[in-house]
Design a protein around this ligand. Sequence first.
Ligand SMILES: NC(=O)c1ccc[n+]([C@@H]2O[C@H](COP(=O)([O-])OP(=O)(O)OC[C@H]3O[C@@H](n4cnc5c(N)ncnc54)[C@H](O)[C@@H]3O)[C@@H](O)[C@H]2O)c1
Length: 365
Amino acid sequence: MSAQDLPSGLGRPWRGLDVLVTGHTGFKGGWLCLALDALGARVHGLALDPPTTPSLFETADVASRLARDTRGDIRDAALVADAVRAARPSVVFHLAAQPLVRESYRDPIGTFASNVMGTAHVLDAVRQAESVAAVVVVTTDKVYENEEWPHPYRERDRLGGHDPYSASKAACEIATASLRASFFGAGRHPARIATARAGNVIGGGDFAPDRLVPDCLRAFARGEPVRLRYPSAVRPWQHVLEPIAGYLALAEHLLGADGEAFASAFNFGPDPAGDAAVGHVAERLAALWGEGASVARDTDGGHPHEAGTLRLDSTLARLRLGWRPRLDLDAALALTVDWHRAHARGEDVAALTRTQIARFLECGG
Ligand SMILES: NC(=O)c1ccc[n+]([C@@H]2O[C@H](COP(=O)([O-])OP(=O)(O)OC[C@H]3O[C@@H](n4cnc5c(N)ncnc54)[C@H](O)[C@@H]3O)[C@@H](O)[C@H]2O)c1
């Protein structure tokens, strides 16, 4: 279906729509592809191979739900242009990125190349493609200049970033805003482009290194205590399906008759109760896992800088998109533990993943 045939107004425009997801082999991208498939979209993917073994992509059999699975590097502009041309998408969700703070200290140049130039390549490819009507660029809660404020960050707060990952995502926001202002809208390319800033997501199938929930579940499965680097750091935790519902709602609004009005930045964070210290989340996970799972402090020291407090204000998404978080922190942790327990028992997590998505969508996600 082409952009010209799109239904006007809101609702669920996904059935039969061609959608390109970059980063489809990753954790959030895999969940997004399966949610789009459940809504009836024809999903095309562009990414490097899955970043971990195991991965959500393989265990949940995301490949079987794709119309096209292109493997390639978004640092290669020509490759990105070819992939967009081949998919002829109406909507692009751009998630492909180097997403880890610690890896960004190890490889700052690669992180900036993927996260900034990779995004510029995607938007430039969109500029060359008539089919695209809406683009959601996924950044992060870490795009804000962290002032260690106790109050949550709003979309108009200053961008910045201490570590290379955060800075690369803030730069991605600036590049996106520049390309949007320079080449899209009002008599130019009609695609509407928005950015989405979400907090720390949790859910089944995240096997990334140096992330709290995967670190906990790996340690518990080995029967060892998990060692925490920053137990008192406060983060906005939410189940992966929450921001995904936000990305979908944002794209639906971009596709609407007044979509231009939504071509800006939106936060998607949890309710204030979802803002919790790392130590609290690890203790709750240990309790849900059972079997004597326990938490200890990592006293090694020498860890790179990470922000102490980070909260997001999602009032704009609530008021303008009608989005709201649906799962409290305990429910999100329970879904995650259910998934990883099933995986550890060798059960069919592809079916479980689709069931979790179907239930979430049924409750209005
Ligand atoms: N997981 C979180 O808590 C979180 C929080 C906020 C924002 N995000 C953002 O969400 C997006 C997805 O993160 P994730 O947690 O699923 O990460 P992930 O590591 O599981 O997936 C990253 C995806 O990007 C692809 N990729 C990386 N570099 C690439 C390149 N140069 N060319 C092509 N593909 C490349 C990988 O192959 C993979 O498909 C990222 O943009 C990340 O910054 C994640």
